[in-house]
Design a protein around this ligand. Structure first.
Ligand SMILES: C[S+](C)CC[C@H](N)C(=O)O
Ligand SMILES: N[C@@H](CCS)C(=O)O
Ligand SMILES: [Zn+2]
Length: 340
């Protein structure tokens, strides 16, 4: 194990973090992530009251997914995250699809994002100034709790089923199929507990995945991940893997982000990413967002320069944030940290 001089030590930074760092540099010192995908699909009329949640649109309305990706790129996003968050082979099979068809649907989620990027680049190809801004596709992998479709990615409580081997078996083929679709990144999102982070690390190594990934945890108290596990321990697991290029937090209220960034920074030198939700609460049983406790786009954006100062290099939004949020984040980052 190589200890990086001057850093927090304990792990080799690795090729994945170096790749993310190069993209961050190409973006002028920071990258803008997209905003909520599922909630934006809903805003366009998609009915996601289904065990597949947003993955249902891979079947029913791929054009809508492509449009939302495109809207986010146009709003300034450097990274768009595919609709595979709740897309699993097991979930598609329970809808009657064969294994092969299910794998094809996973691949399709990456193809849709690639198409959106192509459309954007084509639309801008005749401009006199060439487009230098990085535009990357991150293949989403939601947790086992997301597949359960009852909001348990906000509890991380998997009961008896939650063993390391079970989680590895659950995610293995899906990870391989998504990696074979050649996204630029793999986004392990909304990771609710330590065990699932460990399962992902072991799979990345055992499947020898060469595409850089990020690990993004969620929290509901600003100290722990949602299961109650220690964020320090979770981020340490992510830091231990050279295939992990960035570590961070998503789908967490904005007010908790400052302290969470500082906690992550204690155990890793890898780039930090954050993409909070609007601050509202999700009722997993009713499948709806409750309490209007969310912050407005303006308030969300008032946090952005602080998160930058805290050391976050990749910033965007999660559930209930919109292209307007991303436009406002882009504007703020351009003032605070201008793109090239
Ligand atoms: C990030 S939560 C809002 C995702 C939705 C959840 N897995 C469900 O199906 O209800
Ligand atoms: N990438 C997913 C994350 C849900 S927490 C989405 O935006 O729908
Ligand atoms: Zn979210």
């Amino acid at each position: 194990m190589v200890v990086k001089s001057g850093g927090v030590g304990g792990a080799e930074e690795g090729a994945a973090a170096a790749a993310v760092r190069r993209w961050v540099e190409a973006g002028g010192g920071r990258l803008v992530l997209d905003g909520g995908l599922a909630t934006e699909l809903e805003a366009h009329g998609a009915d996601l009251n289904d065990p597949l949640w947003s993955a249902k649109c891979i079947l029913s309305s791929p054009h809508l997914i492509r449009k939302v990706h495109l809207d986010y790129i146009e709003a300034g996003a450097n990274i768009i995250i595919t609709a595979s968050y709740q897309a699993t082979i097991q979930g598609f099979e329970s809808k009657g699809f064969s294994k092969e068809q299910s794998e094809n649907l996973l691949t399709k989620s990456v193809e849709i994002a690639h198409e959106a990027r192509e459309m954007f680049l084509k639309q801008h190809s005749d401009q006199s100034t060439p487009m230098h801004r990085p535009i990357l596709v991150a293949a989403s992998i939601g947790s086992y709790g997301a597949y359960l479709a009852d909001g348990s990615e906000y509890s991380g409580d998997y009961g008896e089923a939650g063993t390391l081997e079970f989680l590895k078996d659950f995610h293995r083929r899906r990870l391989q199929v998504l990696a074979e679709a050649r996204p630029d990144l793999i986004a392990f999102e909304t990771i609710p507990n330590k065990l699932e982070a460990q399962a992902y690390v072991e799979l990345l190594e055992e499947c020898n995945i060469s595409i850089p990934s990020w690990f993004s945890f969620n929290s509901k108290d600003g100290v722990h991940v949602v299961s109650g596990d220690s964020l320090i321990e979770c981020a340490t697991i992510a830091n231990s893997c050279a295939k992990v290029g960035a570590v961070g937090i998503n789908c967490t209220p904005p007010r908790f982000i400052h302290s969470l960034i500082l906690t992550i920074r204690k155990v890793t030198d890898k780039p930090i990413l954050i993409y909070p939700n609007s601050g509202e609460r999700y009722d997993g049983e009713k499948k709806e967002w409750v309490e209007s406790t969310g912050v407005s786009d303006g308030d969300f954006v008032s946090y952005v320069s602080e998160w930058c100062k805290d050391g976050a290099a990749l910033i965007g939004g999660c559930c209930r944030t919109t292209p307007n949020t991303i436009r406002a984040i882009t504007r703020t980052l351009n003032q605070f940290c201008p793109a090239p």
